[in-house]
Design a protein around this ligand. Structure first.
Ligand SMILES: Cc1cc2nc3c(=O)[nH]c(=O)nc-3n(C[C@H](O)[C@H](O)[C@H](O)COP(=O)(O)OP(=O)(O)OC[C@H]3O[C@@H](n4cnc5c(N)ncnc54)[C@H](O)[C@@H]3O)c2cc1C
Length: 551
């Protein structure tokens, strides 16, 4: 927690110095002692501290000051420092004013001047006030604050980015929280500035995730002109490749468009990963993997979207969406898959505004007390349903098939059946959605009878199979009809005679462009599991070594 501030306001320089001296002596180690020479200056200091999210524990003001009295100043200060304790320093003649201020402006205490000796007259009072403040004040002051509309897709994007990068934040809904409106006003924010992201260093107005990453000191640019290996995608396959490559001495960079962890990062509990008998969350796995990647010295470039791949003689280049590129002697494509879109009239404009593809832990907790609908019947839908059911009033699974058993692991089916606030609607589908600015209703259809029912809900999470994220490679490497990257012996199979340009056979995970490898879910016929993605990431590095040895 940043040191809380004690602000003193007094227009008499001698008295002001004496107060500050006494306060520093006793409280200087634990508090920032700041002094202002007038009411106006005091208010400006408080406004700045509020914007920076710095806690203010105490404001101690003299009463008799020209232009603005102490009580006038404290009355206005409440808007900037709602939780601070207020202390008025008065002469005997002002006792009545001070007593009135207790009722009228919530003054916490008044002290008659002079306060010598401080050990007897000043410190006991301030110790009490600070003790109360500490008990009442939760320690979230160093958290980033995100202020916006609940149903804004931009707010959702930033919250997801922060959550998946493990950056603690406080979400403040501008329509519900007085604190959000107060901060937006202090920042002079216009409607177009939302969402606001307030960090210890300043205010970001409607920032991109790249702006947020840069402001938080997350690396968004590569350091070197040429790497041995560039890995595109920071899911399990990419992170495993980075650990093996960097630990074996290759200069390595991972480029990730959002946050490390990939799909696995969204998993509430991965229970089938070797070595974790109780299971572990995707966030936990990601945090460990990222620590390992940085320990071995691989670079991680975040919030950069790769949109192209080029061969430049023996060098391979990946191109960024916002211009610029990065060169390496070898590349591993580990961009995984993303959820297929649900085709239902009205749904597209509500995506990110109540309708979501996948679900993170932060979304789950926001569903507290609500009715939630989940579309899908595979393990990912099952895990998300169980996680959402911890917070939601009721979770309804909308399943096209006649049973969960064909598509979901038995342990998940069992838990779903045992959870009282989960309802499974078999043989049904979501056929329409509507809402003003955010999701308000979805229409369900019974696939046997054709009967339709419109239900009220603000939450729909879709998990209906996945398609590979490979548009960005264009024609640079060969893909199958669905977009999965073809590797190794599959390149030599019938129908692809011209797919491989070299006399040597391709390495097992090599693509049609020599020196470019694919690992994990993005690869044709991959297993679509965390363990297999990790295994392929590690394996790809052994082929990278063999390839580089021939160059
Ligand atoms: C909710 C959920 C639960 C799951 N639970 C389990 C489980 O319990 N057990 C299990 O074995 N498997 C589980 N899976 C499947 C498992 O997570 C995946 O098989 C695994 O994550 C695949 O890893 P990957 O690295 O190949 O790809 P991904 O995890 O998809 O990672 C790809 C990464 O590449 C990035 N990327 C994509 N395009 C670009 C680009 N153009 N530029 C830069 N970066 C890009 C993405 O942002 C992403 O971070 C689950 C999946 C989900 C969604």
């Amino acid at each position: 927690m940043a040191k809380p501030t004690i602000l003193t306001v007094d227009d008499d320089p001698m008295v002001s110095q004496a107060v500050v001296r006494d306060l520093r002596t006793r409280y200087g180690a634990d508090y920032r002692i700041v002094r202002a020479g007038s009411g106006a200056e005091g208010l400006a200091v408080l406004a700045e501290l509020a914007l920076r999210g710095r806690p203010v524990a105490l404001v101690a003001s003299d009463q008799r000051m020209p232009e603005m009295t102490g009580t006038e100043m404290l009355e206005q200060a409440r808007a900037h420092a709602p939780d601070a304790k207020f202390l008025l320093l008065t002469a005997y003649a002002d006792t009545d004013v001070a007593i009135r201020a207790i009722n009228e402006i919530g003054l916490d205490y008044y002290l008659l001047k002079p306060w010598d000796p401080p050990e007897e007259k000043l410190y006991p009072v301030i110790d009490d006030l600070l003790g109360d403040w500490h008990r009442a004040h939760p320690d979230t002051s160093d958290h980033i604050r995100v202020i916006g509309h609940r149903w804004s897709d931009r707010s959702h994007e930033i919250k997801t980015f922060l959550a998946r990068n493990h950056v603690p934040y406080v979400w403040l809904d501008i329509e519900k929280e007085g604190e959000a409106q107060r901060l937006a006003e202090l920042a002079g924010a216009q409607p177009d500035d939302l969402p606001l992201v307030i960090t210890a260093d300043g205010v970001l107005r409607s920032p991109s995730t790249l702006n947020v990453a840069a402001a938080l000191g997350l690396r968004t640019r590569a350091e070197q002109p040429l790497y041995d290996l560039c890995i595109v995608g920071g899911g399990p396959a990419g992170l495993a490749a980075a650990v093996y490559a960097a630990s074996e001495g290759l200069s390595t960079v991972v480029v990730e468009r959002q946050a490390p962890g990939g799909q696995a990062g969204q998993s509430a509990a991965i229970e089938n990963y070797l070595g974790f008998p109780k299971g572990l969350s995707g966030a936990d796995l990601t945090q460990r993997a990222v620590a390992q990647v940085s320990r071995f010295g691989a670079e991680m470039v975040l919030a950069r979207d790769v949109v192209g791949l080029e061969a430049r003689g023996p060098v391979r280049a990946v191109l960024f969406a916002d211009g610029g590129d990065l060169e390496a002697r070898a590349v591993v494509i580990a961009t995984g898959v993303s959820y297929r879109r649900l085709e239902a009239p009205g749904l597209e404009p509500l995506t990110g505004r109540g309708a979501y593809y996948g679900a993170t832990a932060s979304e789950a907790s926001q569903c507290e007390g609500d009715d939630v609908y989940v579309v899908g019947a595979a393990n990912s839908a099952g895990q998300a349903t169980l996680n959402l059911a911890r917070f939601a009033r009721r979770v309804v699974m909308v399943v096209r098939g006649g049973s969960l058993d064909e598509s979901m692991s038995a342990y998940l089916v069992e838990r779903i059946n045992e959870t009282p606030n989960i309802e499974v609607r078999l043989r049904s589908e979501v056929v329409a959605a509507r809402g003003e600015g955010h999701l308000e209703h979805v229409t369900l259809s019974d696939r046997d009878t054709g009967e339709r029912e419109e239900v009220a809900t603000s939450w729909l999470f879709v998990f209906i199979g996945a398609s590979p994220r490979t548009d960005w490679v264009g024609d640079a490497v060969l893909r199958d009809g669905k977009g999965f990257v073809i590797t190794g012996q599959d390149l030599l199979l019938a129908g692809q005679p011209a797919a491989w340009p070299m006399t040597r056979p391709p390495y097992t995970l090599e693509t049609s462009l020599p020196g470019v490898f694919a690992a994990g879910d993005v690869r044709l016929d991959s297993m679509k599991r965390v363990a297999s993605a990790v295994g392929e990431g590690a394996m790809a590095v052994s082929f990278v070594h063999q390839y580089l040895a021939t160059m």
